[in-house]
Design a protein around this ligand. Structure first.
Ligand code: FAD
Length: 557
């Protein structure tokens, strides 16, 4: 029997989507949204851009209001109303009006939890000091802008190099005019990227004068000493370094907000998210859960994962409503497809990275290349640092990462689509992509990636990785640079032999036959030609994946 009363807890991404879809499927039922905060359906993802002033009016962040949702969808939206508990036997929720403290119960036939995720606040001494802010909702960013204005903040310290931390760092620096430090406990920012890809973001932060501290976690937040000028705190790092801060942004990640579900006895997984089946139904068949609060299946590893992103939350809201109203649609799992703008570069990823593939024992090949964003002869072409992970036997695409100034977004979206369609690198080589010189190349970056991967699968070339170079045994391997002399003059891999590609056939005698030759050029194409030439003449070779560009960036400090 279809429900008459649908109650939704949490009225932003997943909750609002579920409610709107539910109304389209059931005109006659009661749909009520309880939202603890003052706003529903606001643009969490736009919050950093309000701090920086790129989004000028806070109202622009309010995609819908309780009034607009009532007018269009006849939804009963109760903001500033927190759900305190769920009585699964009586099919009731107990709620409290935040402003008046008035409490009451409300019955449901079906319940959707879209309670999101709360910013992490680890027990670092001093973390609760004034001038420290997390970023979750509109009041948070209003508090940040008020504080920075009122105390005439000059220096911000952002703790955490995930995407929220980096977006906040960019916005405070670029539009707020503050000097900014970013503190990251790990040796790299943006954990979903592999380290050699994150290195491009480190370079971009430094190029924009962001003071970046990697591998140096916060030990304590202290009040400033007499000789220190800090309106908020002095951030003391494990290394002992002291960073006076007028404002501190805590971007330390998020944790599924599941206390309501736990207290109601719903099953919660080992990662702390509410467990749901493919129909997004919890362990109670009358209760569904969506968004940042749930654990989902990673589409590649098939293990449980917590992936707090807006796209999945919105789609899950729709799927939950479908199931509640008798349409058994399924959620197919998440690939963690994500994108970040950081000053002038864009970084994107889809699917697991190398670290994750190793953890799950999934065999893979890693290929780096640096194709142009569009035809090289048309003005404005920019190289894209592209990494493709694929199965060594079938060539099935497993994951991809890209960083660059132009064209990253569409390549990551195509790669995400390919991943979802279980496509292989052979399919990438064959992709028919729209081409005109301002947009792409006749052989698009992704065609080239597919073709280069096919060369690996065919055994035409073997790859060496940037992190193998430092550990090579000179008795067994040499490194060969086949770039032009003017390129070599700008820098080279220490200890490498130099023979420009065009001289190679005439200088073969200089190369050992009893040792492996790791060949590199600027981005991997000419070194591939060299590998083919040498292999056909009986030399053992490997092409340095991504060549000089990847090695140089990955090993820069
Ligand atoms: P939310 O949208 O967080 O909504 C949960 C709501 O539930 C909250 O408003 C909360 O008040 C309410 N609630 C919780 N408990 C109760 C209760 N007991 N009673 C009543 N109400 C309750 N994702 C991207 O994909 N791309 C981005 O660029 C991006 N940028 C982001 C930037 C920022 C600053 C933030 C904070 C998030 C960003 N995200 C981004 C993540 C994205 O916003 C979330 O994945 C998405 O909003 C999750 O939707 P949700 O419905 O699960 O939770």
């Amino acid at each position: 029997m279809l429900p008459k009363r649908l109650v939704i807890i949490g009225g932003v991404a997943g909750g609002a989507s579920a409610a709107a879809r539910a109304r389209r499927l059931c005109e006659n039922c009661d749909i009520i949204i309880f939202e603890r905060g003052p706003h529903v359906s606001f643009a969490n993802c736009g919050l950093p851009y309000f701090v920086g002033g790129e989004i000028v009016e806070a109202d622009a962040l309010l995609v819908q209001t309780p009034e607009s949702l009532r007018a269009r969808f006849n939804l009963d939206v109760r903001v500033q109303t927190e759900v305190l508990s769920i009585d699964r036997e009586a099919h009731e929720v107990r709620v409290r009006e935040v402003v008046t403290g008035h409490e009451y119960t409300h019955g449901y036939d079906a319940l959707v939890l879209s309670t999101g995720a709360a910013p992490l606040k680890p027990p670092i001494p001093g973390i609760e000091r004034n001038g420290h802010f997390t970023v979750r909702n509109v009041p948070d960013v209003q508090r940040i802008t008020d504080w920075t204005k009122d105390c005439r903040a000059c220096h911000a310290v952002v703790i955490g190099g995930g995407y929220i931390g980096l977006e906040m760092a960019e916005q405070l620096k670029r539009h707020g005019g503050l000097t900014v430090s970013v503190i990251e406990a790990l040796p790299q920012v943006m954990a979903p990227l592999d380290p050699e890809m994150a290195a491009w973001l480190h370079a971009e932060l430094r190029a924009n004068e962001v003071d970046l501290h990697l591998g140096d976690p916060v030990a304590v937040f202290e009040p400033p000493r007499a000789d220190e000028n800090a309106r908020a705190s002095v951030v003391v790092l494990k290394s002992g370094q002291r960073l006076p801060a007028d404002v501190v942004i805590l971007g330390l990640g998020v944790r599924p907000e599941t206390w309501l579900a736990r207290n109601a006895g719903l099953e919660v997984g080992k990662l702390g998210g509410i467990r749901v089946n493919d129909h997004l139904q919890t362990s109670d068949p009358r209760i569904w859960a969506v968004g940042d609060a749930i654990e989902v299946r990673d589409a590649v590893t098939r293990d449980w994962a917590v992936i707090p992103l807006a796209g999945p939350a919105n789609r899950q809201g729709r799927i939950a409503a479908d199931n509640i109203f008798g349409r058994p649609s399924r959620y197919q799992g998440t690939r963690g497809t994500a994108i970040l703008r950081l000053f002038s570069v864009t970084a994107g990823c889809t699917g697991p990275n190398e670290k994750t593939l190793r953890k799950y024992g999934i065999p893979y090949n890693a290929l780096h290349l640096h194709p142009n964003s569009h035809a090289g002869y048309y003005p404005g072409a920019e190289p894209i640092a592209l990494k493709i992970l694929f199965a060594p036997d079938t060539g099935r695409l497993l994951g991809a990462q890209a960083v660059g100034h132009d064209g990253v977004d569409k390549r990551i979206d195509v790669l995400s689509t390919a991943l979802q369609g279980n496509m292989t690198v052979h399919d990438l080589a064959e992709l028919e992509l729209a081409y005109a010189p301002p947009y792409g190349s006749a052989k698009d970056a992704l065609n080239l990636g597919g073709m280069a991967a096919q060369n690996v699968l065919a055994g035409d070339v073997h790859l060496a990785q940037w992190d193998e170079v430092a550990g090579l045994d000179p008795a067994k391997s040499i490194v060969l640079d086949v770039r032009r002399p003017d390129e070599r003059a700008k820098g080279f891999i220490p200890g490498s032999l130099h023979i420009p590609l065009d001289q190679l056939r005439g200088r073969l005698k200089e190369l050992p036959r009893d040792r492996e030759i790791i060949v590199y050029c600027h981005s991997g194409q000419r070194s591939y030609y060299a590998c083919r030439l040498l292999r056909q003449r009986g030399y053992q070779t490997r092409n340095l994946s991504g060549s000089w560009r990847t090695w140089k960036m990955a090993t820069a400090h």
